[in-house]
Each structure stands twice: as structure tokens, then as C-alpha cells.
Design a protein around this ligand. Structure first.
Ligand code: AMP
Length: 399
């Protein structure tokens, strides 16, 4: 993939109306207060680039999961106000992403002006393009160029990410956020500084089996924690008590272990665990070494495992981490995740954290600024590493 061809930098935006897909899916409370505006701030470089060069911007996003129905609590209106503060210039808002109001404002938009459209997912055709191809056409009529800067939804083949850019042949580019993600998740991980270590946790093998196999083509060692470690342990014949275990996935786990062995890639699994007797009202929380006793749930990696993982992390040249080491939402089971976040932050390696919970953990530990790259996509970053591209990137064609 040619990054230069794809980039917003190559798009002649002067006097153009740029339809830009952004990710303003920010946490908003019931009183319409934005709890974290990181995603809005992240879109500023692409927006200001266009405005500074005499273009205007028509922003599109989703917020939450309204499932095709108008839901005032999921309105993007508060994001328009916040963007206006951040940009220091007026941001217009259209109460529906298509229709007469959006058309009227877009038509009269002057260079240097910004319009934010209401939540795309108030229309069912956003997530299901096949039910109404007219939805993409209506959006397309608002602008003259297309930019996608929403990496977190680029793995979804939705109207705004795939059908719409296809209506702008030669005029659909990637914004700076997507370019940055492609650089780190693509180029950096393709040519890593060695040794390249990957730490994968989270709940299930089933959702990450593809990425685990893809990583085996790149890494020098693989560290596995979190709920998925128990399916690996069980596949190796160890007892895992009542821990999260994916029936039928042992074969896949064994295949990963076999592939790793053939390629002489060490795979480190937890050697001790924080366990509890109940996930609802824990009467007992303790550390066990080795396998997990009957009647107990493994809920975090233990201190020995943390030390083992830290040793590997300290020696790495490049680190890719995705997925918590335990049920970190409960502070008693979050130590392992916190410890690895700190270890990654203090290592001198190029460190990339692949979105979602692991990025949240890095923020919680106050170490986010010590990590080389925090990906803005959870599912999207996993899929990008696995497949080397995403539907929303494939759909782009800038001249
Ligand atoms: P994922 O989205 O696959 O990265 O999974 C994240 C989820 O995995 C978090 O909500 C964690 O609570 C959960 N998780 C991590 N470790 C465990 C575990 N040992 N048992 C159950 N759930 C876990």
C-alpha cells in the first residue's frame, strides 16, 4: 500500500467541500457532558490541514449504538460545541446527516467553515448499506472530496466507511490519524526492531486467533495472559478450575503452540494466578502456582508471571500489547495489567498498544505518554495486523 498516494496531504482541498468520516464516539453522560474528548482532539490535525488550505469540512461520525433509530441521548450536538471550543471557530450542526437541512448548510458552506452532521447510525443504512444504497448517494451529494480519519471503524464495511468513498473515485484519501496507524501497525511491525515481543491478553482466543497466527509470522516471542490463557493451559492438559475456557478452541490453541514450536518462538503462559471462588461475591481471593484448583476462577496473572513477563519486556526491541491480563475492571484483579503497562512504559523498546482496554490501562497508570503509539482502534488494529488492510482503507483512492 502506498501511503503517499493515500494521504490527505495529496488531496487538493482548496475551495473543496471535504466529507470527512471521523470517530467522535466519545463517552457522554446523561447531562450531555463529554467525559473524554481525546477522539475529538485526535481529529484536529486533519481538520485544520483542510481549513488552513482554503477547504471546508463536513464531518460525519457515529456515537454509540442507536441501531437505526433517533435517540437524543446519542446526539452528536455536544461534540459540535466541544469541537468549536477546540478549533476556536464556529462549527455548524445539522440535526440529520442527510435531508434538506444538511443539504442547505452544506450548499452554503464557505471555505474555512466546518459542519458536523448528526449521528450516522440514526439511519439503519449506515450499518447495513445494502438496505438503502441511496443513503450513500445522499451523503455524497453534500461534498466534493472524501477523507476517512476514523481508524476505529475502518474494519466495518459501513456506508460511511466503504460505500461512500467508492462514490469518490480518485478523490478519497486517508486522514492523518489513519496514516499514523498504518505506519505503526503496518510498517513498524513488518520491520520491527528485534527482538519483537507480543503480549496478548483479553477474554477469548476465538476473537484473536487470527491475530495470534499472524503474529507468529513476525514475533520473536509471544506472551499470553488474561482469560485466553486458560484455553491454552487446558489444551496442554493442565486443570483450569472454573476459569474462562472456550470449549472447542483447544485445537486452535494447540495449533498456535505447534506453529510457535516449529518456528522456535517461545510462548510464555502464566505460571501463577490470582484466583477467586466466586465472581459475584468473592469470599476468597488467593494466589496459586501452577494449575488452578477445582472450584476456582483464574482472574489475573500472579506476581511470578508478572516478573517473568517483565524480564522479557525489558529485553525487547519492539513490543505489541493487546488485551488485559485479568478482569482488570475489578481493582483486585487489575494488578497484573497495571504492572505490565508500567513495564512496557519503562522499557526502551518501540511500544505499540493495540487499542481498547490495554490503552485504558495505560491511561489509568499515567504512562500513556511513555508509549510509542497508542492505537485508536481495538478490533480495527487487530484486524489490520491480521490482514494487512481494512475495508475502509481498501475503499480509498486518492489520485
Ligand atoms: P478483549 O476485548 O478480548 O481484549 O477482552 C477484554 C476483557 O477480558 C475484559 O473485560 C476483561 O475483564 C476480560 N478478562 C481478562 N482476563 C479475564 C479472565 N481471567 N477471566 C475472565 N475475563 C477476563
Amino acid at each position: 500500500m502506498n501511503l503517499k498516494t493515500l494521504s490527505l496531504e495529496n488531496l487538493p482541498v482548496k475551495n473543496q467541500k471535504v466529507l470527512m468520516r471521523v470517530d467522535f464516539n466519545v463517552p457522554i453522560d446523561k447531562s450531555a457532558t463529554i467525559k473524554d474528548d481525546t477522539r475529538i482532539r485526535a481529529s484536529l490535525p486533519s481538520i485544520t490541514h483542510i481549513l488552513d488550505r482554503g477547504g471546508s469540512v463536513i464531518l460525519m461520525s457515529h456515537l454509540g449504538r442507536p441501531k437505526g433509530v433517533v435517540n437524543k441521548e446519542l446526539s452528536l450536538r455536544p461534540c459540535a460545541a466541544r469541537l468549536q471550543e477546540l478549533l476556536g471557530r464556529p462549527v455548524l450542526f445539522a440535526g440529520d446527516c442527510v435531508g434538506p437541512e444538511a443539504t442547505h448548510i452544506a450548499k452554503n458552506l464557505n471555505p474555512g467553515e466546518v459542519l458536523l452532521l448528526e449521528n450516522l447510525r440514526f439511519h439503519a443504512a449506515e450499518e447495513k448499506p445494502e438496505i438503502d444504497p441511496g443513503f450513500a448517494k445522499s451523503l455524497a451529494e453534500l461534498g466534493t472530496l472524501y477523507v476517512n480519519d476514523a481508524f476505529g471503524t475502518a474494519h466495518r464495511a459501513h456506508t460511511s466507511t466503504v460505500s461512500l468513498p467508492k462514490l469518490f473515485p480518485g478523490k478519497a484519501a486517508a486522514g492523518f490519524l489513519i496514516i499514523k496507524e498504518i505506519r505503526f501497525l503496518g510498517e513498524t511491525l513488518q520491520n520491527p526492531k528485534r527482538p519483537f515481543l507480543s503480549l496478548i491478553g483479553g477474554a477469548k482466543i476465538s476473537s484473536k486467533i487470527g491475530v495470534l497466527k499472524a503474529l507468529l509470522n513476525k514475533v520473536d516471542s509471544l506472551l499470553i495472559g488474561g482469560g485466553m490463557a486458560y484455553t491454552f493451559m487446558k489444551a496442554r492438559g493442565e486443570s483450569v478450575g472454573k476459569s474462562l475456557f472456550e470449549e472447542g478452541l483447544e485445537k486452535e490453541a494447540l495449533l498456535v503452540l505447534k506453529l510457535a514450536e516449529e518456528r522456535k518462538i517461545p510462548v510464555l503462559l502464566p505460571v501463577d494466578h490470582v484466583v477467586t471462588d466466586s465472581l459475584v461475591d468473592q469470599r476468597e481471593v488467593k494466589i496459586v502456582v501452577g494449575s488452578i484448583p477445582q472450584g476456582y476462577y483464574g482472574v489475573d496473572i500472579g506476581p511470578e508471571t508478572v516478573n517473568l513477563f517483565k524480564e522479557s519486556i525489558a529485553k525487547a526491541g519492539t513490543i505489541f500489547w493487546n488485551g488485559p491480563m485479568g478482569i482488570f475492571e475489578d481493582p483486585r484483579f487489575g494488578q497484573g495489567t497495571k504492572d505490565v503497562a508500567k513495564a512496557i512504559a519503562s522499557s526502551s523498546a518501540i511500544s505499540i498498544i493495540g487499542g481498547g482496554d490495554s490503552v485504558a490501562a495505560a491511561h489509568e497508570m499515567g504512562v500513556a505518554d511513555k508509549v510509542t503509539h497508542l492505537s485508536t482502534g481495538g478490533g480495527a488494529s487487530m484486524e489490520y495486523i491480521e490482514l494487512g488492510t481494512l475495508p475502509g482503507i481498501e475503499a480509498l483512492t486518492s489520485a
